[in-house]
Design a protein around this ligand. Structure first.
Ligand code: SF4
Length: 467
């Protein structure tokens, strides 16, 4: 997952950097800004860490795009400096410099290029630049690449001095747009626009181009026919900020509802406290606590000096981070029966670790409830579980077996029907829980794995060798 931002209209670069920092929960592995300066020249600065670490002079920008990166495709083993993967990337076209950042993941990189790219964002930039030159316009270039790319891509870019965005025809990753009298803003999440003082916010439509000139003239065009619209459900459950609205639904309100549904599925739970695993499950705990009439206690607290484990690449780093990520309030643990609530169990490491620590600290029972169904299949669209083999619930592992593995006294997952009831739409990607991949190449990869023609390990984690 990554976060992207685009602003047309005069802004101090430090202010743009602060707005990008609001998307740091979407990734903090690398980040970057490209801006048009007051001489109408594109400039750039990239960092090996979150947006706050980007080095800039606080100059005035006329237009700016930014990215905060979470590693999925691309080098994960650390032998190439992280800022090599930092977006935005740039390409010189006949019509000016193209700079681009995207959120998502392209599944057919190996099929569409013989060149070895460090990341799919670099490939999209070069491919779009070439198509703009061949076809004669940004519009035709984007139309051409939308016919070639398979996967999830929410793009923000600058061509010359114009700002634009484009969302893939299935709208898998979020992208919002808003305009005030002085600025137009695109972002992965509405939190940035709210903070920028842009009140009227709308979702970019599937397959839509929005272009904003320096004079703030807005052109909107449907370039690709929306098909099989598939918003990632995991954005609501885990990734997006609670503050944000996605597709007209507030994330915090959605998490409250997920908790209410989960409460009705919890059978025979008799505990002293409901305990959120910070921070995403706090909202769900509020409604579980209300529905079951059991007090909520924050017996597990986040160590604010630590980074989010799930978005740290490499198991060793995760293991180290998990140990420093949480702090515990023993008064609400020792001798108590606890129900801990989390948004998901991906690899199981964090849940296993928490249960072990809570029991070591004297908890009598530790029950677990999850606001999401078991994730049994890899994500090919930009979330950091690109292979089945890394998932604790892979191969239809029974819930009872998962409970044993994590050492919980009971384990309850939200059902798929309750998830869909809360999200009130069929336009969802639920591939990681039901194996129904929304894109043609996603379906092909799954079929080839089932037939044994493709090794699970080569689908995503390792960048396939380019032809
Ligand atoms: Fe989201 Fe899961 Fe689909 Fe990936 S596979 S886009 S995590 S719903």
């Amino acid at each position: 997952m990554c976060g992207v931002l685009g602003i047309q209209g005069e802004i101090q670069l430090a202010a743009a950097k602060s707005l990008l920092q609001l998307l740091v929960h979407r990734g903090q592995d690398a980040s970057g800004l490209v801006w048009v300066d007051s001489y109408k020249v594109q400039k750039r600065s990239k960092a090996k860490g979150p947006p706050a670490t980007i080095e800039i002079d606080d100059e005035l920008a006329l237009c700016v795009i930014g990215s905060t990166r979470y590693p999925t495709l691309g080098n994960r083993r650390g032998h190439v400096p992280k800022d090599k993967f930092a977006q935005p990337f740039s390409y010189q076209t006949k019509y000016g410099t193209l700079s681009l950042a995207h959120n998502g993941n392209i599944t057919n990189m190996a099929e569409i290029s013989e060149k070895e790219f460090q990341s799919d964002a670099e490939l999209i930039t070069e491919l779009l630049g070439q198509k703009i030159d061949e076809e004669g316009s940004l519009e035709l270039g984007l139309t051409a690449i939308s016919r070639i790319l398979d996967g999830a891509y929410s793009i923000v870019g600058i061509l010359g001095n114009d700002l634009f965005c484009f969302r893939d025809p299935r709208a898998i990753r979020p992208l919002v747009f808003g305009k005030s009298g002085t600025h137009a803003v695109f972002a992965s999440e509405s939190i940035c626009l709210q903070q920028a003082g842009v009140d009227v916010i709308e979702d970019v439509k599937p397959g839509e181009l929005i272009l904003v000139t320096p004079e703030l003239k807005v052109t909107r065009k449907q370039l690709a026919v929306p098909e099989n619209i598939s918003h990632c459900f995991f954005e609501y459950v885990y990734f997006a900020s609670s503050v944000s609205d996605l597709e007209g639904r507030n994330v915090y309100a959605t998490r409250l509802q997920l908790g209410a549904e989960l409460a009705s599925e919890l059978k025979g739970i008799d505990v002293d406290y409901i305990v959120p695993v910070p921070d995403t499950s706090k909202a769900a705990c509020e409604t579980i606590s209300e529905k079951l009439d059991i007090p909520l206690r924050e017996a597990i607290m986040k160590n604010r000096s630590s980074m989010r484990t799930f978005i740290m690449p490499g198991l060793d780093e995760r293991e180290r981070a998990a140990k420093s990520k949480y702090l515990f309030v023993d008064r609400f643990i020792r001798g108590k029966r606890l129900l801990i609530v989390d948004d998901s169990i991906v690899r199981g490491f964090t849940t296993m670790f928490l249960i072990k620590i809570l029991k070591e600290r004297g908890a009598k029972e530790v029950h677990v409830a999850i606001t999401c169904p078991p994730q049994r299949y890899a994500c090919y669209y930009g979330v950091d579980f690109g292979t089945d083999r890394e998932l604790i619930a892979r191969n239809d592992t029974p819930v009872e077996r998962i409970r044993e593995m994590i050492g919980a006294d009971s384990l309850t997952y939200l059902s798929i029907s309750s998830l869909k009831k809360v999200l009130k739409t069929e336009s969802l990607c639920t591939a990681c829980i039901d194996g129904n991949y929304p894109t043609p190449n996603g379906k092909t990869i799954r079929l080839r794995i089932l037939k044994g023609e493709m090794d699970d390990r080569t689908t995503h984690y390792e960048v396939p060798k380019m032809k």
